[in-house]
Design a protein around this ligand. Structure first.
Ligand code: RFL
Ligand code: PHB
Length: 393
């Protein structure tokens, strides 16, 4: 088989890239290790920046996100037992985020891909990347006991943190920056109405908590737990009790509980691999960088990467110029590092760090007090949360 761009990974980054390229008349194939059902069932991100909404529109897959997504113009910060609203819309000239689950984004992209008749190879095993230091790279994989090969012009590595793309690059060509946090998020999804109409990020002496949602009738809640915690140790009742203990009295009163639909623990990590391009191989999304979820930036960074990559490939095929492809890594990394900084800062501000003790808690509370009362500090939080603008090539 031959294609212009072989996309490794059929998560949101790979699928969105495929759709953007298709719109630009660039042929592509997506190679995914899992089944489509598996990809669609992963519960992850929930908050889309305007930049992501604009990219979904460019790809022609924003209809449902626009009608069913919930526009949010503010968030609430809870500390010392009281909630304070950050008016993101007011502080950023009307910008907002859209609460719309990654599962739904993935579903919309999968439907658009199959409606357009584009090739997606699910259940591909032993995926391997070859000759990406040349202009004739190839991807090999096995399916149903047979080995297949795809010849292409470029490979897009959109296969997430554990994927094969980054792992195929010689270690000496990569610089990896990493910070692992000593805690994770225990998350629960439940068909109960959200405790509040906006997201609540809580700093408490028992640790961080987040009240999020997927719709008016489906809630997503998280509590900080030690890294070594196991999800089997958490009954629904234990989870609700812990969440309740981290809320303010009014929210505690309003919290509606119910059986969990999903419960899992996500470790927290900051990670960047530089550069994001090796010859004909381009890394995008979680394959190149991870942020802790506190700032809701992971999916949004992934969509921004593929927004740049699709434009650079359009310029390559349309204008016969490789100049935008040559700038891809630098342009992405500038934005990536700003999101890394923001996510690290917001994580550090909101979580309980075992080693920092009472002093650390007091310092966090003082910073939060400053943050919610200082126009400058609130504006900085708001403009990062709604998402920094995309650079133009
Ligand atoms: P994905 O989603 O991991 O998709 C990669 C795909 O590649 C496939 N794959 C392979 N395919 C072929 N061959 C191989 N060898 C392969 N190895 C892997 C995988 O099966 C998969 O289908 O990466 P992508 O597309 O870069 O997307 C990134 C996002 O998924 C991620 O950044 C976000 O979910 C992070 N995140 C959040 N981001 C936000 O922007 N806003 C949020 O509110 C938000 N909340 C979250 C989050 C992540 C969380 N977890 C579980 C880590 C909340 C949580 C709890
Ligand atoms: C979510 O709804 O899953 C979510 C929302 C905000 C975050 C992280 C996750 O910062």
């Amino acid at each position: 088989m031959r294609t212009q761009v072989a996309i490794i990974g059929g998560g949101p980054a790979g699928l969105l890239l495929g759709q953007l390229l298709h719109k630009a008349g660039i042929d592509n194939v997506v190679i995914e290790r899992q089944t489509g059902d598996y990809v669609q069932s992963r519960i992850r991100a929930g908050v889309l920046e305007q930049v992501t909404m604009d990219l979904l529109a460019r790809a022609g897959v924003d209809a449902r996100a626009r009608t069913e997504g919930l526009p949010h113009g503010g968030i609430e910060l809870l500390f010392k037992g009281a909630r304070h609203r950050i008016d993101m819309r007011g502080l950023t000239d009307g910008k907002q985020v859209t609460v719309y689950g990654q599962t739904e984004v993935t579903r919309d992209l999968m439907q658009a891909r199959s409606a357009a008749g584009l090739t997606t190879i699910y259940c591909a095993s032993q995926v391997s990347l070859h000759d990406f230091d040349s202009h004739r790279p190839r991807v090999r994989y096995e399916k149903n006991g047979q080995t297949h090969e795809i010849e292409c012009d470029f490979i897009a590595g959109c296969d997430g943190y554990h994927g094969v793309s980054r792992a195929s690059v010689p270690a000496s060509a990569l610089h990896v920056y990493e910070k692992v946090y000593p805690f994770g998020w225990l998350g629960v999804l439940a068909d109960v109405p959200p405790v509040s109409h906006e997201l609540i990020y809580a700093n408490t002496e028992r640790g961080f908590a987040l009240c999020s949602m997927r719709s008016e009738s489906r809630s997503r809640y998280y509590v900080q737990v030690p890294t070594e915690e196991r999800v089997e140790n958490w009954s629904d009742e234990a989870f609700w009790n812990e969440l309740r203990s981290r809320l303010d009295p009014e929210a505690r009163e309003r919290l509606v509980t119910g059986p969990s639909i999903e419960k899992s623990i996500a470790p927290l990590r900051s990670f960047v691999a530089e550069p994001m391009r090796f010859g004909s191989l381009f890394l995008a999304g979680d394959a190149a960088h991870i942020v802790p979820p506190t700032g809701a930036k992971g999916l949004n960074l992934a969509t921004a990467d593929v927004g740049y990559l699709s434009r650079a490939l359009e310029i390559f095929y349309g204008d016969k110029s490789a100049s935008a492809l040559d700038r891809y890594s630098d342009v992405c990394l500038r934005r990536v590092w700003k999101a890394e900084r923001f996510s690290w800062w917001f994580t550090s501000l909101m979580h309980r760090f075992p080693e920092s003790g009472e002093f650390g808690q007091k310092i966090q509370e003082a910073e939060l007090d400053y943050l919610v009362h200082s126009h400058a500090a609130s504006t900085s939080l708001a403009e990062n949360y709604v998402g920094l603008p995309l650079e133009v090539f």
